[in-house]
Design a protein around this ligand. Sequence first.
Ligand code: FES
Length: 132
Amino acid sequence: MNWQDHPDRPADGTRLCKMADIPDQGGREITFGEGRENFKVLLLRRGSQVWSYLNYCPHFSLPLNYEPQTFVTLDGLIMCAHHAAFFNVDDGRCVDGPCVGDGLVPLPSHVSRGVVIFGHPPPRIASRTPRG
Ligand code: FES
C-alpha cells in the first residue's frame, strides 16, 4: 500500500513533535492509529536537520526498532534491529545488510519554529517591492 493511501496517515500540517524531543544523532517514532498496521513515522535528527521516513524496513516490512523508541545510529547510518541492515540517515538508502539497494520510504516533513510538522512546507508568497 502506498503511504498516501494509509487510513491512519496524518493530515498535512499535523504537528509531530518538538525537534528537541528527537535525540540528536538519534531517532524517535510517532505513531498514528492503533494496532500493528498503524502509521509509523520515524524521525531522525542530526543537529538542526530532521529526516522522516516510514518506520518499516524493506527487508521484512518490520519497524527498524525492536524496543520502543530505541534506534541504533552510527556515523550517519541507522541500523535495523532485526537483521542489521544499515541505511543512510540522509536519503534512507540501504548500504549494508540483507536489503542493499532498497531503501526506507521518505515522508514529507518540515520544521517550523522548532516543531516538526508532517507534510511539505507551505509555499512562500513572494513579497513584492514597490517600484518607483
Ligand atoms: S527486517 Fe530489517 S534487516 Fe531484516
